[in-house]
Design a protein around this ligand. Structure first.
Ligand code: C2E
Ligand code: CA
Ligand code: CA
Length: 538
């Protein structure tokens, strides 16, 4: 016995020799300081708490007894926590020797501290102290309860960040988070993205979502400034058997819905999951259709005549793209945003140009004068912001022997407001080449007069939304009339879109609208129907 303890002592290792009862029969000076016990004491008699790496209590007694009973040597990483000084971290090994048990400790603070930090950084956001998704989920899974899962998003985070800087934006984030924590101390939170976090509310909490939402949206004061945090909340109330991960996805889907609908509080609905799935499928199919050699297998272009109001003659047509998926029609309202998002909208414009060129050739072959016609292409904001847009457009047009003089580019009003200077310069260059610029969906973007005066454009299209019910709705008349007189003052012609009835036509005529597009004259037509339409009116 003495022999061994002498050897260990010589290695300057902290050690304790205990009996099966855990009574100390031999102890080194270092070990005595660590456990705060002496020879003859019960090993756990000192006022020292044994903890694990996450500072949770570690039942060393039970572990020791188990190893002793099963005659197994063992090793644990432990912390010894004292009421009056810092934690000591150590690796503790148990070796059985005859009827005795030798415990020796190797000091391990640095290694454990580094490992703890690494683990913490991979599970917890260093700025907010919030768990990341995985740690959050394993936390919930360990609890095995059905609660309410929320996704909280600070909608104006980006704006606050731009105006007052990151520090203030983070302060707003922390403020919203602290409201959650102080309102529901038992809530478990996790980081979702820069401007959002998730919250799990345990079932025993009497949770009133409207009150909670109002609380998060109360303004707050900082440095004599008032902030509106503008918080959106999507949530899902878990049902027995739900997997937390799916619940979290559902809360996140609800917040997506919140953002698109401009309502700020939304509970997850199954319908939403179906919609998202539909969107995803559509996107997959759309990518597949675009990657085929020839786009005309899935896409085609229709041409909707635009008429001069006075003479009723055809002034041109708008090119409107169509997609058929498994024999079914998909509206451009659904797939254009996908094309914009995945960055392939330019392919559709190119396709439109090719199809338009075919039409023009065939019209000429029929002896129809096309130089006086103007063909409208819809151009999305994503395209106009592409620095190579003009080059691509010019290449495409000249490859097809078309001239810019035959083409009108329709841009939505909202697309023009952001990046005003850049967009306006691009419009001027396009006009320089001979293109005409038309402002589409006019009236829906609330643009200010001062900005309109500076914008380089040639024509205004009043949105269908103001035309369809203009005859019976006085408010729509007000909008319609003011758009028409605004255009008069700016000396620009107007196209009224969506004219379906003779009453609407008469109304538009009375307001001196120069051009008419709509079902009253014609729906969008296929190439051959358009040629026939033109032949019939010759
Ligand atoms: P938009 O540019 O406002 O096009 C007018 C829409 O109104 C077209 O719908 C047209 O079919 C419809 N319309 C025209 N007259 C009438 C009418 O009298 N009554 C009714 N109920 N509807 C009428 P469409 O073809 O479904 O296109 C929807 C939108 O999709 C277009 O709105 C445009 O923003 C976009 N779009 C269509 N084709 C293209 C394209 O090739 N490229 C891009 N970037 N966008 C396109
Ligand atoms: Ca249009
Ligand atoms: Ca429109």
């Amino acid at each position: 016995m003495n022999n061994l303890s002498d050897q260990i002592e010589a290695m300057h290792i902290a050690y304790v020799v205990v009996e099966e009862s855990l009574e100390v029969c031999e102890i080194s000076t270092q070990a005595s300081e660590l456990f705060r016990v002496s020879k003859g004491d019960y090993l756990f008699a000192g006022n020292v708490r044994v903890i694990d790496e996450s500072f949770e209590g570690f039942d060393l007694q039970a572990k020791l007894r188990h190893s002793m009973a099963t005659h197994q040597d063992a090793q644990w990483e432990i912390g010894l926590s004292y009421p009056d000084k810092n934690v000591e971290w150590a690796v503790l090994s148990l070796i059985q020797y005859k009827d005795y048990y030798i415990l020796y400790l190797i000091e391990h603070s640095e290694l454990i501290a580094t490992r703890r930090l690494n683990r913490q950084l991979s599970t917890q956001d260093p700025h907010t102290g919030l768990f990341y998704r995985e740690a959050f989920l394993s936390n919930l899974n360990a609890k095995d309860q059905c609660g309410t899962v929320c996704c909280v998003r600070i909608c104006n985070y980006q704006r606050i960040n731009e105006i007052w800087g990151t520090a203030v934006a983070n302060l707003v984030f922390m403020e919203v988070l602290s409201r959650v924590m102080s309102d529901i101390p038992d809530a478990i939170c996790s980081k979702h993205s820069t401007d959002s976090f998730n919250v799990f509310i345990p079932p025993e909490i009497n949770f009133n979502v409207e009150r909670f939402y109002a609380l998060l949206n109360e303004p707050f004061h900082f440095n004599q400034r008032h902030f509106f945090s503008n918080v959106a909340l999507g949530y899902y109330v878990e049902q027995p058997g739900d997997a937390h991960e799916l619940s979290l996805n559902k809360a996140e889907m609800a917040i997506l819905d919140v953002l698109s609908e401009r309502v700020r509080l939304a509970e997850f609905q199954e319908e939403l999951a179906r919609q998202i799935e539909h969107q995803n499928n559509l996107e997959t199919e759309f990518r597949a259709a675009l990657s085929r050699d020839k786009l005309d297998q899935d896409f085609y272009v229709l041409f909707q005549p635009i008429h001069e109001t006075e003479s009723q003659s055809v002034a041109g047509a708008e090119c409107l793209i169509r997609w058929t998926l498994n024999g079914e029609f998909v509206s451009p309202v659904e797939f254009i945003p996908i094309a914009e998002r995945i960055g392939d909208i330019g392919l559709l414009t190119k396709f439109n140009i090719g199809q338009l060129a075919n039409l023009v050739k065939k019209l000429e072959a029929q002896g129809i004068e096309t130089q006086t016609l103007l063909f409208a292409l819809n151009i999305s904001v994503v395209e106009i912001l592409d620095v190579d847009f003009i080059d691509k457009l010019m290449t495409s047009i000249s490859n097809h022997q078309l001239s810019p003089m035959q083409i009108k580019l329709e841009l939505t009003e909202s697309a023009l407001i952001d990046n005003f200077n850049y967009v306006n310069q691009t419009l001027e260059r396009l006009q320089g080449y001979g293109f005409r610029i038309s402002i589409d969906d006019f009236g829906t973007g609330f643009s200010s007069l001062s900005y309109l005066c500076r914008l380089s454009f040639d024509e205004i299209k009043i949105d269908r939304a103001f035309v369809t019910h203009v005859v019976e709705d006085a408010k729509l008349q007000t909008v319609f009339n003011s758009v028409a007189s605004l255009a008069k003052n700016l000396n620009k012609p107007v196209v009224a879109e969506g004219v379906e009835t003779v009453e609407q036509l008469i109304y538009a005529k009375a307001k001196m609208v120069e051009y008419i597009q709509g079902y009253y004259f014609s729906k969008p037509l296929t190439e051959s129907d358009f040629i026939e339409y033109m032949l019939a009116r010759r």
